[in-house]
Write a protein that binds this ligand. Structure first.
Ligand code: FES
Length: 569
């Protein structure tokens, strides 16, 4: 959505690095709070380590530099957005991120600035006492930390979620996301109890004021003026950004526009400089964008018709496209900013239209292609569903589909049908059959791994671990959009589909993870793979079909020749 123009590709990495520094700061801050669970003294000792880390020329330059750059780049990206339509999670992350600096001003002025100007010692004993006796201050501080932490966790999650190892560690990461602030607040509450007991001792508060060099009323008035000035400036800058967007939008009809056309006949005019994803969103056209337009997931990819003279892909876009083995006419909608009119076909989406206009593209009428078809099915799901409430089953299935759908998208395929607990996926709609077969085998390994992880996350709720059966076959099919109105979707029709489905059913009989046809193995460069072979008779085919029975999909995927690993092939 907010992809950079070529030449500004540094914006997101820089913002990410700044965010990581800020997250590290928050993590150490909460950990320091958590020491209150041991004692106030432990908290104060931890603070000395915390200050050694952050309150020195290098630490402070990094910290305040990161805060300023992260926020200013956030404002810049907000200004550059062509539309404010976005998923709820993305809006939450942006609002939280932009609100942090204006809310943080109070804390910075009361601690770091007071220390720099008047030598005030921001001992935990003093800060906890002030927050403990002033509920308004306490709630503001709590809100600030919750907002900042949530923003950081969301950023980290959406940055890491496409890494292969992440799903395995997700339960651990999620626990850390929740536990760190909870322990921090429990530590703070313990310290609050200890400090309020101390405060009842005669003369304690006065002594503390003197020892920590608490600012005099005049000094406090100065700090309040600085605080208000900074607070109003940050809120003002935020409002100014929104205002600047409004002015730009108001003037935008006079700007040059490009027209983006879709397979269902709709076309959208957007100002030059908008991404194709922004065009889809501004017109309310459903368009997959799992990573929120950050150029990481490839789910927004589109096929561009003709030769509209597209701007070259940035290195980041190229990397993602290579990973899924995309041909030259496929681009990421969130990164592509066309300068001329163009026709596009979103490649990963289910509902492709909001109108009932008949589609006229080649995709709608179908095209003959050699692709790899994958079928997967969850073993024992019917028995599992019998003992669950319908709402639980829906929750369970959605998480399962998310797990396998992500593995398919990561490998470069299109998950196009979810029926019951079964999934059908197509590989090779955009790539050569050899690439398609390797992608399908990698997807099978990824799906099995994700289902195992998913199964572990349900723990004792399951009588036995969930198991997936996968069948893969390759051959010529007709690929095209099917359906009507809102429910058109890309699918494949032909014997190859039936065979793949049959191979998936055989995994029950052979008690294995994967049954794959020899054609798939030979296309993938694995003709010699050493797995038990069986022969099947197949409708419309004279010679029997030889299939390999693979006990562990991961073992087979690991044998894919290394020179195909990088290009997504
Ligand atoms: S939305 Fe994820 S790459 Fe475009």
């Amino acid at each position: 959505m907010t992809a950079e123009r070529p030449g500004r590709a540094w914006v997101r990495p820089l913002r990410l690095w700044c965010g990581l520094i800020l997250f590290a700061y928050l993590l150490t801050h909460f950990s320091n709070h958590a020491l209150g669970l041991i004692s106030l003294r432990a908290m104060e000792t931890g603070r000395l380590w915390f200050l050694a880390l952050w309150r020195n020329p290098v630490g402070e330059t990094l910290l305040f530099g990161a805060l300023l750059v992260h926020w200013l780049l956030g404002l810049w990206l907000l200004y550059r957005r062509r539309t404010l339509r976005m998923p709820l999670w993305e809006a939450t992350q942006i609002i939280f991120g932009l609100a942090v600096p204006p809310l943080l001003v109070f804390h910075i002025v009361g601690t770091r600035l007071a220390n720099a100007m008047y030598g005030t010692e921001d001992l935990y004993t003093r800060v906890v006492l002030f927050l403990w006796v002033d509920p308004w201050n306490f709630y503001r501080q709590t809100t600030l930390f919750v907002i900042a932490w949530t923003h950081g966790c969301m950023g980290l999650h959406f940055w890491l979620r496409f890494r292969g190892w992440y799903p395995r560690f997700f339960p651990l990461v999620l626990s850390a996301f929740v536990l760190v602030p909870v322990l921090g607040y429990l530590g703070f509450a313990e310290a609050g109890r200890e400090v309020s007991a101390l405060a009842r001792e005669p003369g304690f508060v006065q002594r503390l004021m003197v020892e920590t060099r608490t600012p005099s009323p005049e000094q406090r008035a100065t700090l309040v003026r600085v605080r208000d000035g900074l607070g109003y400036s940050t809120w003002g800058l935020l409002l100014l950004t929104l205002l600047a967007r409004g002015v730009r939008e108001y003037l935008s009809p006079r700007q040059a526009t490009v027209r983006v056309s879709y397979p269902d006949g709709r076309s959208v005019a957007v100002p030059v400089g908008s991404t194709v994803l922004e065009a889809s969103r501004s017109a309310g056209i459903p368009h997959a964008s799992v990573c929120g337009g950050r150029g990481r997931c490839s789910t927004c990819r589109i096929r561009v018709s003709g030769d509209p003279g597209l701007p070259p892909a940035s290195p980041q876009e190229l990397r993602v496209l290579q990973r899924v083995g995309a041909p030259p006419n496929v681009r990421l909608a969130c990164q592509l900013r066309p300068s001329r009119d163009l026709a596009v076909t979103p490649l990963i989406q289910v509902a492709v239209s909001t109108g009932a206009a008949p589609a006229s593209s080649a995709a709608h009428h179908g095209q003959e292609r050699e692709i790899a078809v994958l079928f997967a099915d969850l073993r024992g799901f019917t028995r599992l569903a019998e003992h669950k409430l319908p709402y639980d089953v829906v929750f369970f299935l959605n998480r399962y589909f998310e797990a396998v759908g992500t593995a398919i998208a990561e490998a470069g395929g299109i998950a196009n049908q979810y029926t019951g607990d079964g999934v059908m996926a197509l590989f090779g709609v955009e790539t050569a059959p050899e690439t398609a077969c390797r992608q399908a085998l990698r997807a099978a390994a990824g799906m099995v791994a994700r289902v195992q992880e998913f199964s572990r996350s349900f723990g004792a709720e399951l009588e036995s671990p969930l198991r997936l059966g996968v069948g893969i076959h390759t051959g010529t099919v007709v690929v095209g959009e099917m359906g009507y109105g809102d429910t058109r979707y890309l699918t494949a029709v032909g014997d190859t589909v039936h065979v793949a489905s049959r191979l998936e059913a055989l995994t029950k009989e052979y008690q294995c993870e994967l049954v794959v046809s020899e054609q798939v193995l030979s296309r993938a460069g694995l003709a010699g793979a050493d797995y038990p072979r069986h022969e099947l008779t197949v409708r419309n085919r004279e010679a029997p079909l030889r299939v390999a029975v693979v006990a562990e999909a991961r073992g087979l995927a690991a044998q894919i020749p290394a020179d195909h690993a990088r290009a997504g092939g």
